[in-house]
Write a protein that binds this ligand. Structure first.
Ligand SMILES: Nc1ncnc2c1ncn2[C@@H]1O[C@H](COP(=O)(O)OP(=O)(O)OP(=O)(O)O)[C@@H](O)[C@H]1O
Ligand SMILES: [Mg+2]
Length: 282
């Protein structure tokens, strides 16, 4: 497609911001999307779990995926860093780009891609290694460091950014699994940050956490906004409203509606969205 055709298609999808003016409630200009998905289908065997989804992911704001259980949120999220490749029956079609580069192209280095597009899961999954090693592992295997001093610096910086440094600085040699659930989840976020990703995908990152730990993660997400493209899947509409500026509502494999979070929750265009946010199903 030519640039003007792409723009026209984006406008039709409601994805573009042709005027380039400041976002409502936010004093930021919207640049090129970090990731761009077009007409993405995902199949498990013959069963279509995602049907022709198109969406842009920006670094300027957090994007929330909401929708009832089984609608395909995790499936689509996994398509964004090729985690579905690890499921033998899964097949992805359509186009997904990171900075304009097709992530499903045959030359794409998938290990590198997953460092650029990191993932945080529902259940915190620290490696059974020390807190220090949990963070240091990625930068080491990706060759981001030359010396122990570099590595120490990355470990400290990542833990600070994840809001965990003060709590763990005196026990870096303790096992990551010895931390509380909320601390483990921040450790996993620190681990994702340590390899300098461009996008962080979070699949219900707070669902195993208490309200205080949840509040910490939400604060952290807000602090990370602008630096990384962030996508969060959540079953909590309050959470989506608190942490995201854009929301996509999924239902039965379709992305029914995408827009400003405030609009999705107060003035949705689609009846199915309205039914979901008012608790008629899900
Ligand atoms: N590994 C798999 N093999 C086969 N089918 C799968 C697999 N993973 C998911 N599915 C199916 O794909 C559909 C979407 O599932 P998915 O896990 O993406 O939903 P979800 O929106 O994340 O749900 P939840 O909110 O419960 O996490 C469901 O019908 C599910 O049964
Ligand atoms: Mg899921």
């Amino acid at each position: 497609m030519s640039d003007s055709e792409t723009q026209a298609a984006d406008a039709e999808l409601g994805l573009s911001n042709p005027s380039g003016k400041s976002l409502e409630h936010e004093n930021v200009e919207v640049g090129e999307p970090k990731m761009r998905a077009r007409d993405v289908d995902v199949f498990y065997g013959d069963k279509k779990a995602i049907d022709s989804v198109s969406i842009d992911i920006h670094t300027e704001f957090v994007t929330a995926f909401i929708g009832p259980s089984g609608c395909g949120k995790s499936t689509f999220l996994r398509a964004l860093n090729r985690m579905n490749d690890t499921i033998p029956s899964a097949k992805v079609t359509g186009c997904i780009e990171l900075d304009g580069e097709d992530i499903y192209a045959s030359g794409m280095d998938v290990v590198q891609l997953r460092a650029r597009v990191g993932m945080v899961f529902q259940k915190p999954n620290p490696f059974p290694k020390s807190i220090y090693e949990n963070i240091a592992y990625g930068p080491k295997i990706h060759g981001l460091v030359e010396s122990k001093t570099d590595l120490d610096e990355i470990v400290e910086k990542s833990l600070r950014r994840a809001g965990l440094w003060e709590e763990v600085k005196d026990r870096l040699e303790d096992s990551g699994t010895a931390l509380s659930g909320g601390q483990q989840q921040r450790l996993c976020i620190a681990r994702a940050i340590a390899v300098e990703p461009e996008v962080i995908l979070m699949d219900e990152p707070c669902s195993a956490l208490d309200p205080i730990a949840t509040a910490k993660i939400e604060e952290l997400i807000d602090e990370l906004r602008g630096r990384y493209g962030i996508v969060i899947v959540t079953h909590s509409m309050q959470q989506a409203a608190r942490v995201s500026q854009r929301t996509a509502f999924f239902h039965l494999g379709n992305m029914v509606e995408y827009g400003h979070t405030s609009d999705i929750f107060t003035n949705p265009r689609e009846k199915r969205t309205q039914d979901y946010i008012t608790g008629r199903y899900g």
